[in-house]
Design a protein around this ligand. Sequence first.
Ligand code: B12
Length: 221
Amino acid sequence: MFHSFIKAYNDAVFDTDRESALQVIDKARAHGHSPEEIIFQLVIPAVEEMMDTLSEDPDANLAQHFMTAQIAAEVSEKMLAQFSRPPATVGRVVIGTARGDLHSLGKRIVTGCLKTMMVEVLDLGVNVPAEQFVTQAIAFDAQVIAISAMMVHTANGPEGCRKVRQLLRDQQLEHRFRLVVGGAPYRFDEQLFQQVGADAWAADGVSAGKVILNCIRELQP
Ligand code: B12
């Protein structure tokens, strides 16, 4: 029975049909399936399947990718509130798009994926000054500062990750936070993340989640 919900949900997500996807979730709940089952057996596998499809199928498109992450984030928030025991969140991340950069789609996808992985996320928006990444990471008690940059000059320029690294160094905070970057320029040059002072990078939402989880674990006693 649960299998039919998985299929119906995947079909809806693939058609970018948010309403139907949410209806499937409601039906699964009405049939007695737990919020935990819905998150771990339905929503997360659907995100992973979409990422696999996208990397193999040139016809899979950005709208599908985007909607999967958005629906996943929406369902996760709803289901998390209904977990029998409050789920242990695994860590906290502040995320934003680098100063001067207004591209937001990639960041939103990463945020959606992180939420399904029980990571608390504070989204600082776009065009975020380096100082704000640091002050908000301290205030949110984050383990990871995640910076999205879609243009060469915002990925590699002085106002983005490079400046955040410098601020962490100046304020002797490097032991407290990991810096993770992503966006097209880092895909084209896989050494770039190191050159701008990041600890790690990832090419897409699901691998971003995995990389960020590793960073969080490194900082946990
Ligand atoms: C959509 C788009 C726009 C939209 C943005 C809408 C929005 N709300 O986001 C609009 C029209 C506003 C726009 C504006 C501009 N754009 Co534009 N845009 C694009 C486009 C077509 C797609 C970007 C996108 O959304 N990709 C889809 C997402 C899902 O992929 P993604 O961002 O890579 O994210 C994934 C990964 O990178 C990763 N990831 C992303 N962030 C993070 C963060 C972390 C921490 C991690 C771990 C992973 C991670 O996971 C994501 C999910 O899988 C690209 C071309 C391209 N093919 O990339 C140009 C592109 C990025 N834009 C470009 C340019 C030049 C501009 C403008 C300057 C154009 C202009 N002259 O006005 C302005 C700049 C505005 C500004 N100051 O930012 C250039 C950049 C060139 C360069 N080499 O620097 C590109 C490459 C187009 C081109 N070929 O010239 N753009």
